[in-house]
Design a protein around this ligand. Structure first.
Ligand code: NOJ
Length: 523
C-alpha cells in the first residue's frame, strides 16, 4: 500500500466540518472528511473483465470468442478501429495487475474467466490446461495476498461456435453454460468463493442481440433481446441450483448475477405521467431481470408482461414476444442469488412519448414507451452517454430496497461504478466522481438504512471499452497502449481510492486541484 506521504503535496488540511461548495455544472461536492464511515464489514474492490484486458487472443490454446471473431471480420466496427488482440496484455502482465491491486489496499478483485480460454470450443470435452493454469495462478496469487477473487463466468465473450448457433437466443446454450460453470467450480472452487454468473444480461441482450451496437450486432430487435433475456435468466438459475447442490456444501461460496441499472427519475416530478414513465422504465429495464430473482412472487413484473403482451397483440403477433417461464422455472429463479450485484453509472430523466424516431419496431424501447433524456446541467467528462449525477445512486439503492424485501436479508454489492474521461493521470474529475458517488452510498447506508456491503470501482486500469475501443478510459491506472509493455501508471484517482479504502472515510480534500491549492495559499 502506498504511504500517505506519496500524495502529501496534494493534501490540504483536512477539515472535519463539511463545507458545501459548487463545482462544475450542478454537481455538489464537499470538502473535509465525510461525517460517515464505511462499516467494518464493507468490502472495497476493483474490477476488470477478460476480453477488455487480457489480449493473448490466440495464445496458450485459447479458442475464439465472438468479440475476437467479429472484430477481425469487421475491423472498423470499434470507434478507433482497434480490437482486443493485445488490449492491456494482462495475459502476460497479470503479476503487475496484482501488485497494483495490492497497492490500492482493496480486499477484493472482480475479474472474469474467458470461457474459450479454458474451453476452446465452448464445450467441456476439450479443457485447455494452459488456460486453466493461467487463472489458477492468478487466483492463488490473489488469495496469497489476502485479496478475495470475485469471478464472473460470462462477461460477454461467448465462444464463437455457440454464437454461430444463435448465442443466448438458443436455449441449448443453457446446457453448455452449465457444463462450463461446473468445470470452473471444480477447477477453482477451492480458491474462489464469490461467483457471478452473467455480467449485465440487459446490456448484452439489448446491444448485441436487439440492436447492432455491440458485437455481433445481430439487430434482432423486438425478439432477440427477449429470447436472450429469458435464456440468460434461465442459465443463471440453472447454474445457481447446480452450485447449490453439487458444490456449495463443500465450497461454501456465494453466487449471484450482475444486473446493471441506470436510475430513472421523472423529468418533471410534478407530472404524474412522468412519474409513471420513470417507474415503467425501471420495471422494464431492471425489474425484468431483478423481479424473477429477488421478489417474493417471482416471474417477470406484471407491468412488463402487460406491456410486451399488449404491444405484441397490437402488432399482430399471436404470441407474446416475451417468452413465459414454467412454474418450475419461476421457482428455480426465485431466490437464486446470495447478494444483489449491481452495476450503476448514470441517471436519466423519463417522460412518456408514444414513439421516438430512433426506436426500432418492434423493440424493447417501443414496448417500454418511455423517452430517456439527460439533464444538460449534469457535467460530462468523457463518453457522450455519461452525464454525472451522483444523487441518482442513492435513489437507486432506495428503489431496490423498497421493491425487494429480500434485500433486508441479503446485501447489495456494487460490482461496477466509475467514470469515463479521455486519459491522463491527473484525473481530478474522476477523483470527484468517486468521492461524490461513494458519499451517496454512505448516505444510503447511514441515513436510509440500505443494506449495501461492498463497492468495486470500475476499472482497475484502462481497458478496451467494447465498441468505443480505447477512445475513452475508465481506469484508476493509466495504460499506455502504445508501449510494448503496456506500461501502467497510477492516476490521482488511484491514490484517492487507496486513501478511502485505508481510512474508510472520504477525504474530499485529499487530492486538491491546482486551482484550489492556489485559492488556499492566497487566503
Ligand atoms: C459495463 C460492463 O460490464 C463493462 O464491461 C464496461 O466496461 C462498463 N460497463 C462501462 O461501460
Amino acid at each position: 500500500m502506498w504511504s500517505s506521504s506519496v500524495v502529501a503535496r496534494n493534501t490540504a488540511v483536512l477539515l472535519t466540518l463539511s463545507l458545501l461548495k459548487l463545482s462544475k455544472g450542478s454537481s455538489v461536492v464537499k470538502s473535509g472528511v465525510s461525517n460517515y464511515s464505511f462499516p467494518d464489514d464493507f468490502i472495497f474492490g476493483v474490477g476488470t473483465s477478460a476480453f477488455q484486458i487480457e489480449g493473448g487472443w490466440n495464445e496458450g490454446g485459447k479458442g475464439e470468442s465472438i468479440w475476437d471473431t467479429y472484430l477481425h471480420k469487421h475491423p472498423t466496427f470499434t470507434y478507433d478501429h482497434s480490437n482486443g488482440d493485445v488490449a492491456a496484455d494482462s495475459y502476460h502482465h497479470y503479476m503487475e495487475d496484482i501488485e497494483m491491486i495490492k497497492n490500492l489496499g482493496v480486499q477484493a478483485y472482480r475479474m472474469s474467466i474467458s470461457w474459450p480460454r479454458i474451453l476452446p470450443n465452448g464445450t467441456d470435452n476439450n479443457i485447455n490446461q494452459e488456460g486453466v493454469k493461467y487463472y489458477r495462478t492468478i487466483f492463488e496469487e490473489l488469495v496469497k495476498a489476502n485479496i478475495t477473487p470475485v469471478v464472473t463466468l460470462f462477461h460477454w465473450d461467448m465462444p464463437t461456435p455457440f454464437m454461430d448457433l444463435g448465442g443466448w437466443t438458443n436455449a441449448k446454450v443453457i446446457d453448455y453454460f452449465e457444463d462450463y460453470a461446473r468445470v470452473a467450480f471444480s477447477l477453482y472452487g477451492d480458491l474462489v468463493k464469490m461467483w457471478l454468473t452473467i455480467n449485465e444480461p440487459k446490456e448484452n441482450c439489448i446491444t448485441s442481440y436487439g440492436l447492432d451496437i455491440s458485437a455481433p450486432a445481430l439487430n434482432l430487435h423486438g425478439l432477440g433481446e427477449y429470447l436472450c433475456t429469458h435464456n440468460s435468466l434461465l442459465a443463471h438459475a440453472r447454474v445457481y441450483r447446480m452450485y447449490e447442490k453439487e458444490f456449495k456444501p463443500d465450497q461454501k461460496g456465494k453466487l449471484s448475477i450482475v444486473l446493471d441499472a441506470s436510475m430513472g427519475l421523472p423529468k418533471d416530478p410534478n407530472k404524474p405521467e412522468d412519474v409513471e414513465a420513470a417507474e415503467n422504465y425501471l420495471q422494464m429495464h431492471l425489474g425484468m431481470f431483478a423481479h424473477p430473482i429477488f421478489s417474493e412472487e417471482g416471474d417477470y413484473p406484471r407491468i412488463v408482461r402487460e406491456k410486451v403482451n399488449n404491444m405484441s397483440r397490437l402488432q399482430g403477433y399471436s404470441r407474446s414476444r416475451l417468452p413465459y417461464f414454467t412454474d418450475e422455472e419461476i421457482t428455480a429463479l426465485r431466490g437464486s442469488a446470495d447478494f444483489f450485484a449491481l452495476n450503476h453509472y448514470i441517471t436519466e430523466l423519463m417522460s412518456p412519448p408514444t414513439m421516438e424516431p430512433n426506436w426500432k419496431v418492434p423493440s424493447i424501447n417501443q414496448d417500454t414507451g418511455v423517452k430517456m433524456e439527460t439533464d444538460p446541467l449534469w457535467p460530462m467528462f468523457g463518453a457522450e452517454w455519461q452525464h454525472v449525477y451522483p444523487p441518482g445512486f442513492r435513489k437507486l439503492f432506495n428503489w431496490l430496497q423498497n421493491n425487494y424485501q429480500i434485500l433486508k436479508k441479503i446485501p447489495i454489492i456494487v460490482t461496477e461504478n466509475g467514470m469515463t474521461d479521455f486519459g491522463g493521470t491527473k484525473d481530478y474529475d474522476r477523483v470527484d466522481y468517486y468521492n461524490d458517488f461513494l458519499y451517496q452510498l454512505l448516505l444510503a447506508i447511514h441515513e436510509d438504512g440500505c443494506n449495501v456491503k461492498g463497492y468495486f470501482a470500475w476499472s482497475l486500469m484502462d481497458v478496451l471499452e467494447w465498441t468505443a475501443g480505447y477512445t475513452y478510459t475508465f481506469g484508476l491506472y493509466s495504460v499506455d497502449f502504445n508501449s510494448p509493455n503496456r506500461t501502467r501508471t497510477p492516476k490521482l484517482s488511484a491514490y484517492n481510492y487507496a486513501n478511502i479504502v485505508r481510512t474508510r472515510r472520504i477525504g474530499f480534500d485529499y487530492i486538491k486541484r491546482p486551482e484550489d491549492l492556489n485559492t488556499i495559499t492566497s487566503k
